[in-house]
Design a protein around this ligand. Structure first.
Ligand SMILES: Nc1ncnc2c1ncn2[C@@H]1O[C@H](COP(=O)(O)OP(=O)(O)O)[C@@H](O)[C@H]1O
Ligand SMILES: [Mg+2]
Length: 331
């Protein structure tokens, strides 16, 4: 892994989360995120996808970045600052403006009894982002960025909006503080299939025109392929393959990614992406062995895979956590 922090907006190194689950009198440990490492570059805005089946640890990674879950070990640096070392003041006046979450269900964040524009005005006022007399213009400008206007949503309640519109409003709310990074956890999975690509396009547009980077978390490889510059594939808390989308989804090297690729349609940007491709769900007891977490399902499994945990090997501009590539350069 490259850890030249000056060049990174977000730098995740060996991030680990172990949950302790109490079952009667005994406690079992669940490793939800297992030494995950990836970066978002600072040199230019980018969209990095974190993709994996349900339960692979994506949301736990997001929650640790957002400060909602405490890491068990590992480091999260944002703009060169170690997040666990931020003072309360730095957190409130800096970090919470810089890094904004987008959640799966836009309606869950809006009260049904509150006019939707209230959220935008409240956020603007809480963070003191603009003079009072300019706030209407400011909110309208932000809504324009997401393809809406203040006139359009004024006076309306959440239930009067479509899922797509509500998600646009939650993106607008996230943009109020002029963040550099959006952490979007399954932001389109509750949006109608026909509107999904328009939301994904919105992220690309925000990257290109507003220099906003996005950590795009999804279990849907089609939108990941379309939206992201780079991608990290998660499996059982590991990142098993990580590199440019063209490389990782175009010519996957890890047997797990290769298996996934069979479910990805041709990379044609003009085609319609109406379907959603879900990653297969593995049985969790497959992860209890000592070796590779994919060993029990891997068509290329070797003896070593059942005995040792693979490290990250650097092959063809991406990292691959697989012994097949052991004789190549090690990351
Ligand atoms: N608060 C928690 N307590 C215990 N286990 C949890 C908690 N949150 C998540 N997990 C477990 O951690 C694993 C990863 O979950 P999650 O990060 O939500 O995965 P994903 O977002 O990829 O579906 C799952 O096995 C899940 O059951
Ligand atoms: Mg999740």
């Amino acid at each position: 892994m490259i850890h030249n922090t000056d060049e990174n907006l977000l730098d995740i190194a060996d991030l680990t989360k172990v949950f302790s689950l109490r079952q009667g009198f005994s406690t079992t440990k669940l490793v939800a995120v297992d030494k995950a490492s990836f970066v978002l570059k600072a040199t230019q805005p980018e969209i990095v996808a974190l993709a994996g089946e349900s339960g692979s640890g994506k949301t736990t990674v997001a929650r640790m970045i957002l400060g909602l879950t405490e890491p068990t070990s590992g480091i999260i640096r944002y703009k060169n600052k170690n997040l666990t070392q931020l003072t309360r003041q730095e957190k409130r006046s800096w970090f919470l403006k810089e890094v904004q979450p987008i959640f799966q269900n836009p309606f869950a964040t809006f009260s049904p009894l509150k006019r939707i524009e209230t959220y935008l005005f409240e956020t603007a006022s809480n963070y003191n982002v603009v003079e009072k007399e300019n706030v209407n213009q400011y909110v309208d400008d932000i809504l324009n960025l997401v393809g809406l206007s203040l006139a359009e949503i004024s006076g309306r309640y959440p239930n009067e909006l479509s899922g797509g519109q509500a998600q646009r409003v939650s993106v607008a709310r996230a943009l109020i503080t002029a963040p550099s990074l959006l952490v979007a956890d399954e932001p389109v999975s509750m949006v109608d299939a026909s509107l999904r690509m328009s939301i994904v396009n919105l992220f690309r547009q925000l990257k290109d025109e507003q220099a906003v980077s996005v950590l795009y978390i999804t279990h849907d490889l089609a939108t990941a392929y379309y939206a992201a510059d780079r991608i990290a594939i998660m499996l059982g808390g590991w990142i098993v393959e990580y590199g440019s989308v063209e490389k990782v989804l175009g010519q996957p090297l890890h047997p797990y990614t290769q298996n996934l690729k069979q479910s990805i349609p041709d990379p044609d940007p003009d085609r319609k992406w109406e379907g959603q491709i879900n990653l297969a769900v593995l049985e969790t007891d497959e992860f209890t062995n000592m070796g590779c977490k994919y060993a029990s399902r891997c068509p290329e499994v070797m003896e070593v895979c059942k005995q040792k945990i693979p490290t990250d090997f650097l092959v063809e501009d991406r990292t691959v956590k697989c012994f097949l590539y052991e004789d190549k350069n090690q990351a």
